[in-house]
Structures are given as structure tokens and as C-alpha cells.
Write a protein that binds this ligand. Structure first.
Ligand SMILES: Cc1cc2nc3c(=O)[nH]c(=O)nc-3n(C[C@H](O)[C@H](O)[C@H](O)COP(=O)(O)OP(=O)(O)OC[C@H]3O[C@@H](n4cnc5c(N)ncnc54)[C@H](O)[C@@H]3O)c2cc1C
Length: 497
């Protein structure tokens, strides 16, 4: 068998891209095993790069249903290839666990100080190109900002990693064909001194007698590595670990899969004068005035990245019809297109804004073990309940938003509290206390007699009230430093060898 790789990185998404780039720079022999197909050319077509299997959420009576709007990346860049590239730091208080929580939740403190994270945030922002280009905002968005300021609020320019090359459409939900978007591929893997194997789905891990790790691939011979960094994302890293009983010394940590969080994102439009010019960048507005609420942890408001379109209006109306329990939803969707177009004309083209409401970690919210083998086309099953405390915070956010945007009327677009399935985190949590965290503060997986690290969004002990991407990247770069230090030969080792 050939010599083992120094490092095998499982998953070439945002965390995988950052870790691999950093370890390549450190001169290590790194292979990145990415389940999805290659990037470039036709692979950048609209709709490309999405995880093939469905996400199923457990409902009443243990029955599973397919979640609408479930979007997960597949291929180099992972979900960051599809993301909106709004890259913000968590608040410093997010890290010390001092913010309000509830007794039944798992601990929310990070085993990393806010000061240390600030250092890594700066590195991640430089790598991803955050805030490098900021085109002027539209007249319409300036009016919204002035309204908020008039109400004593503090809106700010949303930091994004978008290069705004000619023809840029900000690419929310799709891959960027212009190379504008700073993500795990464009700012990580694309220029890294590593070997990238796309289409390499890792189906299981096992420890070898010599302390290396064998990575079983779905359609190819296994790969061996001295160190493994798991970066398959918060839905797939726990599934891979649950499919790898031979990795652990005893039983795997009981919290692998548990503590799953999403943000809950409400959508709304403020009604602005339709005559105001709306051309300009769309991802511009951030508002953090509701990060903490009297009801507990709140979150942020930000531009979603597009204006209200008839397609969105008809989806909203058809959701209302679906709530009445009427059959034939696709028929209604088609029939609603004309009234939706008329309604959208009346409202003008207001920007769609989103909330990012913090979710808390509960043991019962979890990723479930894959059944009958672990492959990308199989369903990703989750158990996720919205607790009353979350629903109360969701309502409180609506109250605050109405007051902040007054006198602009605000129309909310969703009927119920929905998890944002593009923001999974917390399913293989990191912490100082081994009883509540399968992963140690340096990213190393506990209970395994081999060097296995977890670097992706799985390790988040709390979800924060803002987008996860920058924190994923910063933390992955931090963990890469520990991995590199672990593999560096001890001083004098060569002389004595
Ligand atoms: C539509 C959308 C919009 C978003 N917008 C924003 C935003 O504006 N700002 C922000 O901060 N965040 C945003 N996010 C969230 C952000 O993209 C994620 O938090 C981030 O990408 C997570 O990084 P990760 O490394 O944990 O996982 P990912 O980036 O998802 O990477 C995981 C990778 O692992 C691969 N993989 C999985 N299983 C295996 C396996 N068994 N073997 C090999 N490879 C495997 C996957 O194919 C994937 O490429 C958005 C997400 C989506 C979907």
C-alpha cells in the first residue's frame, strides 16, 4: 500500500477549503476528498452544485417529510459556492456564554475567547475578500436606511465577499461564474497546493493498527492518512461518524448528531415608494439592534439579496392556500402568477429582508444515523422541533421590526417558524467539558486513538444571531494551525532519526 497522506480533508466546502489551503501552505501532503463534482465550465450552470439527496424532517407520528427550500452545497466550495457571501462576525459575548439562554439547552459557551476569534476573523476576512468592493446603494435603500436612523436604529453596510465584476448578480443560491464571490473554492481550494479528488464520497472511517486512518470511498479504493480533518458540513460530518464504529476506542460520544441548530429566518418586505430608483447592489443592509431581546436571544436583520418578484409573491400566496388544506398546490402556483404580478407591480420592487434568529442547542434536535449505508443520494434525516421559546422570540422580532421600520408598512412573507436549512451547525459540538462536547477545544475528536479533527460548522456550541460563514472560516483556520503544529516534526527529531 502507498504511503499515507499527511492529511486527508473530508469535504471541500468552506471549512475544507480554508483548512486545505492553510495546510498546503505549511508544506504538508494534503488530499481533499470531496463528494461532489468538479468546478468550472458547464459545472457553473444555474442549479449546479446542490446536494443530490433530500433533507427529510421528522414530523408528527415519526413520519418524515421533505423540507421545502432545503439547499446544501455539493462539490468544491460546498454550501459557500451557493451562499450569499454576507460574512459577519459573531458578537464578542457570543463566545463566553454570557448571553441569555434556557436551562434545558446544552451549554453555549465557546472554548475559545472572543479575543482569539477576533484574530482569526481578521485572517478569514482577508482570505475571503470581505468588504473589498462596495458599490453605491440605490435611492430606495437610502430611504430605508434614513427611516431606520430616524427611529434611533443603527443600520450599517452589510459586509460581503463579492467582487462586483461587470454583470454581477450577487449569485444568492447559485454558483458564481465570474469568480466574484469569495468562498471555499475561489479563495481556498482553487489556488491551494493540495490534491483535490472531486467525486470522492467518503463512506466510513476506521483506525489502522499503525495509528493511521483508513477512509473508505464509495466508488474507489480506500485512502490512508496520518491525520484526518472532517469538513463535510454539519449534516454530513455526524452521519459519517455514525457510519464509522471502527474509528472509536469504545462507544462513540452520545452527543454526536445532537445539538443540531439552524437559524430561523423570517422574510419580510418594507413598502417603499415604487417611484424610487432601485438599481444597485442588493445585499447592502445590516441591522443588529435586536441581537438581544427581552424574550432572550434575538438576531440580525439583513438584505436577502433580491427584490420582491412575482414568483415570490405567488409562492407566498400558495403557502397561504396550502395552510387551508386545499389540494393541488402546483395548480394554484400556476394560477396565482397573474394576480401575483399585479400585486408585485402595486408594491413596486421592495427589497426582501431576512432575519437571522439565533437557535439554541437541544439534545433532542439532531441529525439521525444514515440507514442502509451512507451515500449522497440517500436522504439526510433530521429531528428538529421548534420550541415555544423560539416561537416567542420569532414573534418578538416581528414586533421590533414593525417599530424600527415605521412608518413604512412591513409585510411578513412566512406563515410559520421555519428553520433555515442552509445554516446547519452544532451537531458535533466543541467544548472544554468532555461530557457535553465530542470535540476538544483544538478541534480534535474525543474517544479516538488517531488524529481526527472536526473543522466545519458541526463544532459550533452556539449558532449566534448572524450568518455562520465567517465564523466557520475563522474557526477552520484556527484548527488548521493546531493540525499543522501536531504534524510538525519535533525539534531535533530528524537528527535523532
Ligand atoms: C443558499 C445559501 C445561502 C447562504 N448564505 C450565507 C451567507 O450569506 N453568509 C453566510 O455566512 N453563510 C451563508 N450560508 C451558510 C454557509 O454557506 C455555511 O454555513 C457554510 O458553507 C458551512 O461550511 P461547512 O464547511 O461547514 O460546510 P459546506 O460548505 O457545506 O461544505 C461541506 C462539503 O462537504 C462535502 N461532503 C459532504 N459529505 C461528504 C462525504 N461523505 N465525503 C466527501 N465530501 C463530503 C459536501 O459536498 C460539501 O462540499 C448559506 C448557505 C446556503 C445554502
Amino acid at each position: 500500500m502507498s504511503a499515507p497522506w499527511d492529511v486527508a480533508v473530508v469535504g471541500g466546502g468552506l471549512a475544507g477549503g480554508m483548512v486545505a489551503a492553510r495546510l498546503g501552505e505549511a508544506g504538508l501532503r494534503v488530499v481533499v476528498l470531496e463528494s461532489g463534482p468538479v468546478r468550472g465550465g458547464a459545472a457553473e450552470a444555474p442549479g449546479a452544485g446542490r446536494w443530490p439527496g433530500p433533507i427529510l424532517r421528522e414530523g408528527k407520528g415519526g413520519r418524515f417529510h421533505r423540507e421545502a427550500a432545503a439547499l446544501l452545497g455539493h462539490g468544491p466550495g460546498g454550501s459557500s459556492a451557493l451562499y450569499g457571501a454576507a460574512l459577519e462576525r459573531f458578537a464578542p459575548e457570543d463566545f463566553d456564554g454570557s448571553r441569555a439562554t434556557v436551562a434545558e439547552a446544552l451549554p453555549t459557551a465557546w472554548p475559545v475567547s472572543a479575543g482569539e476569534m477576533a484574530r482569526w476573523y481578521a485572517v478569514a476576512e482577508r482570505r475571503l475578500g470581505v468588504g473589498a468592493v462596495e458599490p453605491a446603494v440605490s435611492e430606495r435603500d437610502r430611504v430605508i436606511v434614513e427611516t431606520l436612523r430616524g427611529n434611533g436604529r443603527a443600520p450599517y453596510r452589510l459586509p460581503v465577499a463579492i467582487g462586483y465584476r461587470p454583470g454581477c448578480g450577487e449569485c444568492q443560491g447559485m454558483r458564481c461564474a465570474r469568480g466574484c464571490k469569495g468562498e471555499g473554492w475561489s479563495r481556498g481550494l482553487a489556488g491551494a497546493s493540495v490534491t483535490l479528488r472531486a467525486g470522492a464520497h467518503v463512506a466510513g472511517l476506521a483506525r489502522e493498527a499503525d495509528g493511521t486512518v483508513r477512509l473508505a470511498l464509495a466508488d474507489a479504493a480506500p485512502v490512508r492518512a496520518r491525520t484526518v480533518v472532517l469538513a463535510a458540513g454539519a449534516l454530513n460530518t455526524p452521519r459519517l461518524l455514525m457510519a464509522s464504529p471502527d474509528l472509536f476506542e469504545g462507544a462513540a460520544h452520545p452527543l454526536i448528531g445532537a445539538g443540531l441548530m439552524f437559524h430561523c429566518s423570517d422574510l419580510f418586505v418594507p413598502r417603499v415608494d415604487p417611484a424610487l430608483a432601485a438599481s444597485g447592489p442588493k445585499k447592502v443592509l445590516g441591522l443588529r439592534d435586536f441581537y438581544d431581546l427581552p424574550e432572550g436571544r434575538g438576531g440580525e436583520v439583513q438584505s436577502l439579496g433580491f427584490d420582491l418578484a412575482p414568483r415570490l409573491v405567488s409562492r407566498h400566496l400558495s403557502e397561504r392556500i396550502a395552510a387551508l388544506g386545499l389540494p393541488g398546490q402546483p395548480f394554484f402556483m400556476a394560477a396565482l402568477r397573474i394576480p401575483a404580478t399585479i400585486l408585485a407591480r402595486r408594491l413596486g420592487t421592495p427589497p426582501v429582508l431576512a432575519t437571522i434568529l439565533e437557535d439554541l442547542p437541544y439534545v433532542e434536535n439532531r441529525v439521525l444515523a444514515p440507514e442502509g449505508g451512507y451515500d449522497p443520494a440517500g436522504p439526510v434525516k433530521v429531528r428538529y422541533k421548534v420550541r415555544p421559546e423560539l416561537a416567542a422570540r420569532w414573534e418578538a422580532m416581528r414586533r421590533e421590526i414593525r417599530a424600527a421600520f415605521a412608518p413604512l408598512p412591513v409585510r411578513f412573507l412566512l406563515r410559520r417558524v421555519l428553520p433555515n436549512l442552509g445554516h446547519p451547525c452544532g451537531s458535533v459540538r466543541m467544548g472544554a467539558d468532555a461530557a457535553t462536547a465530542p470535540v476538544a477545544p483544538d478541534g480534535r475528536l474525543r474517544g479516538v486513538a488517531a488524529a481526527v479533527y472536526v473543522a466545519d460548522a458541526s463544532v459550533f456550541p452556539s449558532s449566534g444571531g448572524t450568518n455562520p460563514g465567517l465564523t466557520v472560516a475563522a474557526n477552520a483556520l484556527r484548527i488548521a494551525e493546531w493540525v499543522a503544529a501536531d504534524l510538525r516534526p519535533a525539534p531535533g527529531a530528524e537528527a535523532s532519526a
